[in-house]
Design a binder for this molecule. Structure first.
Ligand SMILES: [Mn+2]
Length: 304
């Protein structure tokens, strides 16, 4: 794993259904993300925040809310992530809502094609984020990043990369899913998305889930982690706009992060949907920092 990391703040809630994820980058900084990584020997550069259009908070038009603004933020993020990867640094996107994974992963996918590496995306989330304008009731693009990346969505988002579709659904592993809309359920089934939902996690345990999700990851793999904070059970992570009960516990979440760290292949990371307006004394931001430390190899266990 690269020991040189760049933090990229993306202060927007342009794709969300609640205001407040725009405050996420600062909450993560206040919770000590940069300092925690430096304490682990990581070379950390905080690039500050990207700039983009403000949130006009309008209803959807033709099935999408704030599409032009969503595109502007994602183009800016795509270019910022591409520059970090080009420079050999591991980008950490401080969201911001989950629509930003479109720009982030677009840059990552192009980079893997350029460098001839395999891509694996670990998508930690309560939701499949595979909505389309035809089946979403809200038009909020934070519910659509995976479908857009797979080529299903509005032209300016599905054509944002070097290739359309940006990714093949087969590179995605979704973990923690427990809220999927009816139309979305059919769609993810049709495209064959690899989903480890909470029922499966309950049945086989998180260790086996992660073994399966990481199967085939090797020295040639670029592992991208897209961490939606609503992945976590709301009892430990209240600071998100879209809480869904029945999520992974603290210990299960730690295991996920530690097993990703064990591969040594994580090369880019999104931390999204943290919403300080819903949080209590920044506890969710502090938990996110704790989990990111584990992603960078800090074990809670007594291991050599
Ligand atoms: Mn999400």
């Amino acid at each position: 794993m690269s020991k040189a990391v760049s933090l990229i703040g993306v202060p927007t809630d342009i794709g969300a259904g609640h205001r407040g994820a725009s405050m996420g980058p600062e909450a993560l900084r206040v919770a000590g993300l940069g300092e925690a990584l430096k304490a682990r020997g990581v070379d950390v550069l905080d690039r500050g925040n990207l700039a983009g259009p403000y949130n006009p908070w309008l209803p959807p038009t033709e099935g999408y809310r704030h599409l032009n603004e969503v595109v502007a933020w994602n183009v800016a993020l795509r270019d910022a992530v591409a520059a970090e990867l080009e420079g050999g640094r591991l980008p950490i996107v401080l969201g911001g809502d989950h629509c930003l994974a479109i720009g982030s992963i677009t840059a990552v996918a192009a980079h893997t094609r350029k460098t001839g590496r395999k891509l694996r995306i670990i998508w930690l989330d309560a939701h499949a984020d595979f909505n389309t304008s035809a089946i979403t009731p809200t038009g909020n693009v934070h519910g659509m990043p995976v479908s857009c990346l797979c080529g299903i969505g509005p032209a300016p988002l599905v054509e944002i990369g070097d290739r359309k579709p940006v990714i093949d659904p087969s590179v995605v592993r979704q973990i923690g899913i427990r809220s999927v809309d009816e139309g979305e359920r059919r769609l993810v089934h049709d495209v064959g998305l690899d989903i480890y939902d909470m029922r499966y996690i309950d049945e086989v345990g998180m260790r086996r889930v992660m073994e399966e999700a990481l199967e085939g990851v090797d020295a040639d793999t670029h592992l991208h982690v897209s961490f939606d904070v609503d992945f976590l059970d709301p009892s430990i992570a209240p600071g998100v706009g879209t809480t869904v009960k029945g999520g992974p516990t603290y210990r299960e979440a730690q295991l996920v992060m530690e097993m990703i760290a064990d591969t040594g292949r994580m090369a880019s990371l999104d931390i999204v949907e943290l919403n300080p307006a819903f949080d209590k004394r920044n506890q969710t931001a502090r938990l996110a920092v704790d989990l990111v430390e584990s992603l960078f190899g800090k074990s809670t266990l007594m291991r050599a």
